[in-house]
Design a protein around this ligand. Structure first.
Ligand code: HEC
Ligand code: HEC
Length: 390
């Protein structure tokens, strides 16, 4: 059985409010003010995935769903689609999944020093029934094209490849130069957004960004505003359009780190300082037939972040970052395009965020530079404010 619809009912919680074109020292980071909620306390029947924040727990669900190409309700009861408390009901498939979580833990403990070497995806490969017999069709067929997200440096870095500094300098130049970038300290953008929380329908979005690292996106949908905010320390998202039994989710670890990165990349003059341990020298890599320079950094959470710069234009066209979950790592990919000039700085007016449970697209129609933005725009969002209210 292959599940055709991959639409996810409870929005999986990889958060991405993005924009591009700063200043943001990685050091000096303070601990987030507000503690994320714990899954054991919020949910009713958590037996093996203990001690996780709600954010990490939902990321783990997303990892499972993606590894098996299953929808949430393929494993949970159908009623869970409209009533979140029904996720607690044990179905036979869910019980199998619970056993599998323990099996994977013990395989890794017994053979790989406890590292997440074997995951659900190792066997399942986007299907619910792992195959046991090698496929001759695959062995002798044409291999699928290489996925640029999987490019790695094997052995020595490729010689002759530009250094991270060179790629960044070209990027800053392509955006309009360091002087122009320094003059941009905030912006307010308007456009449309579509994603799981809007039922994949276009809805109006407002984006507020303030240097060095504050970012809020408000999507106006009939059932209330869907808001994602990063205030420079803490990140939140409202659960509008999701079924989470919490009005506002506090972001944890990988997703918090992702929110910080998104906010800092709105003002990329200091891009070098957003991550550490930069590496270049990847094998030749292409996105849609265009050659890209790949630069990889390491996040505070010690996960890699890959940045892909178009070799011709020098502009950032893709970012791939990773979030650890209890049983494996979720990738998030952001593709940027339609760069337009705003006050002498090029900004992407189109970006698509793809993660294990969905895809969202934002298309901006206007960006107003250097407007004063009230501090309340970056404060913890109120739960699902009715559309149209400030
Ligand atoms: C392959 C099976 C599988 C899929 C697919 C799956 N889950 Fe789960 N889910 C589980 C298992 C197993 C548990 C119990 C974990 C435990 O006991 O620690 C669980 C528990 C939960 C709980 C906690 C319920 C409670 O009150 O105890 C929620 C909420 C949940 N899942 C949501 C989701 C969402 C949302 C998705 C889709 C993104 C999803 N699940 C996809 C297997 C699955
Ligand atoms: C070492 C290989 C392996 C790994 C790793 C693995 N599985 Fe499985 N899984 C299997 C096999 C094989 C089956 C089919 C068993 C059968 O046919 O009876 C299966 C079946 C299942 C099923 C039942 C599917 C159905 O439609 O009845 C679920 C659910 C499942 N696995 C979830 C998981 C989850 C979640 C993980 C990660 C925590 C995982 N598996 C990791 C090998 C694996």
């Amino acid at each position: 059985m292959k599940f055709m619809s991959r639409r996810v009912i409870v929005g999986a919680l990889v958060i991405a409010v993005t924009c591009l074109p700063g200043v943001a020292p990685v050091g000096g980071q303070t601990a987030p003010e507000e503690k994320p909620q714990m899954a054991d306390e919020v949910f009713k029947n958590v037996q093996v995935l203990r001690g996780l924040t709600v954010d990490e727990f939902m990321g783990t669900m997303g990892f499972i769903a993606a590894s098996l190409s299953m929808n949430c309700i393929d494993c949970h009861s159908v009623e869970a689609a409209s009533d979140v408390t029904k996720y607690a009901v044990d179905t036979p498939v869910k019980q199998t999944a619970r056993k599998m979580i323990l099996m994977v833990k013990s395989i890794n403990a017994a053979n790989f020093g406890g590292k997440q070497t074997v995951t659900c995806y190792s066997c399942h490969r986007s299907g619910n029934a792992p195959k046991a017999i090698p496929s001759l069709a695959e062995q002798y067929g044409t291999p699928p094209p290489e996925d640029p997200n999987e490019v790695e440096i094997v052995g020595e870095p490729r010689s002759g490849a530009p250094s991270a500094d060179q790629v960044f300098d070209k990027y800053i130049q392509a955006l309009g130069g360091a002087q122009q970038l320094a003059k941009l300290t905030s912006f307010v953008a308007k456009g449309t957004y579509e994603g799981f929380d809007t039922g994949d329908e276009k809805a109006p979005v407002e984006v507020y960004a303030k240097a060095p690292d504050q970012l809020t996106a408000i999507v106006r949908i009939p059932q209330g505003d869907s808001i994602r905010t990063y205030d420079g320390r803490t990140g939140w998202m409202t659960s509008t359009g999701t079924l989470l039994p919490l009005p506002v989710l506090v972001l944890a670890r990988g997703n918090l780190e992702g929110a910080r990165l998104d906010a800092e990349l709105c003002f990329p003059a200091q891009i070098k300082r957003t991550l550490t341990e930069w590496r270049t020298g990847f094998p030749p890599t292409f996105i849609d037939d265009n050659e890209v320079d790949v630069v990889q950094g390491t996040s505070v959470a010690k996960t890699p972040v890959k940045l892909y710069f178009d070799k011709k234009s020098g502009l950032l066209v893709r970012l791939v970052r990773y979030t650890n979950t209890a049983i494996g790592t979720n990738p998030t990919q952001i593709d940027y395009s339609d760069y337009r000039d705003v006050a002498g700085v090029k900004m992407p007016f189109h970006y698509t965020v793809t993660w294990t449970d969905g895809r969202s697209t934002t298309e901006l129609s206007s960006v107003q530079p250097n407007l004063p933005i009230d501090a309340s725009k970056f404060a913890k969002p109120a739960a699902a404010r009715k559309a149209g209210t400030p």
